[in-house]
Ligand binder design. Structure first.
Ligand code: NAD
Length: 249
């Protein structure tokens, strides 16, 4: 038995990277887990994969309803699905701004809105949003992405305030640079991916990237009953990047 035994969780974007690690660790600890993802074809084992695009409101409502029915309710929501954007304010069209904001910010709103009626019936309700150090760090070449994560941070605090009296806790994690397929895709685009990876590692305070399991451990702490008095917080999992005032330039 663990503190997650019998708890029911939905993880968005849980087919890859951080979301996958969160879903797998939750399931290992006895939670019943549904993964909502654009492509759940690789989701196996004890995890239930449900196809969903967080930018499609009707699809999100149907997917969350299906997850809650399959799991017999819902205690934990991990809003993790997100996409990146590289560039300054001059580099993106309005359509790109709308699209990334729609996935990274409104996507969280849609899934949370659909999940709240189920969370209200839970004795251990909690939401964890996957934010980023980009929310507050002032990263170069991340204007659009940073704006979305700044919104996620504010949204986390607002949601925590709105639902605290209902016993629903809302927190976020702020990862630094995490070794996931997302980062591998960025590195693969470089002229010399191996040299680029070595340089990226060297720029980290711990001289290595954060692992998806390290972020998952923080998400599980915030999601679980052990954090029963923790709401409205942002937990950095960034190898010291923010606390030590270092920048991943
Ligand atoms: P990833 O690309 O490995 O996984 C993202 C998952 O989200 C994929 O399975 C993808 O199919 C899914 N997804 C994307 N758009 C979706 C949509 N519209 N609807 C449903 N699912 C969708 O990425 P990751 O590195 O694991 O990132 C996960 C989260 O962590 C994101 O919110 C990202 O902003 C955040 N984050 C990542 C890093 C990092 O360095 N990797 C750092 C800070 C924050």
């Amino acid at each position: 038995m663990t503190e997650f035994t019998g708890l029911r969780a939905v993880v968005t974007g849980g087919a890859s990277g951080i979301g996958r690690a969160v879903a797998e660790r939750l399931a290992e600890r006895g939670a019943n887990v549904a993964v909502l993802d654009l492509d759940p074809s690789g989701v196996h084992g004890p995890l239930t994969g449900i196809r969903a695009d967080v930018s499609d409101d009707a699809g999100v409502r149907a997917a969350v309803a299906a997850a809650a029915e399959r799991l017999g309710g819902l205690d934990i929501l991990v809003n993790n699905a997100g996409i990146g954007a590289v560039g300054t304010v001059e580099d993106h069209t309005d359509e790109q701004w709308h699209h990334v904001l729609d996935v990274n910010v409104v996507g969280m709103v849609r899934v949370t809105r659909a999940a709240l009626p189920h969370l209200r019936r839970s004795a251990h309700a909690s939401v964890v949003n996957v934010c980023s150090i980009a929310a507050t760090a002032g990263l170069p070449q991340r204007a659009l992405y940073s704006a979305t994560k700044g919104a996620v941070l504010s949204l986390t605090l607002a949601m925590a305030a709105d639902h605290v009296r209902e016993g629903i806790r809302v927190n976020c994690v702020n990862p630094g640079t995490v070794d996931t397929p997302w980062v591998s895709r960025l590195l693969d685009g470089a002229e010399d991916p191996e040299a680029e990876r070595a340089a990226l590692n060297a720029r980290q305070p711990l001289a290595r990237l954060v692992t998806a399991d390290e972020v998952a451990a923080a998400v599980l702490y915030l999601a679980g009953p052990s954090a029963g008095s923790v709401t409205g917080t942002a937990l950095a999992v960034d190898g010291g990047m923010q606390g030590l005032r270092l920048r991943p330039v």
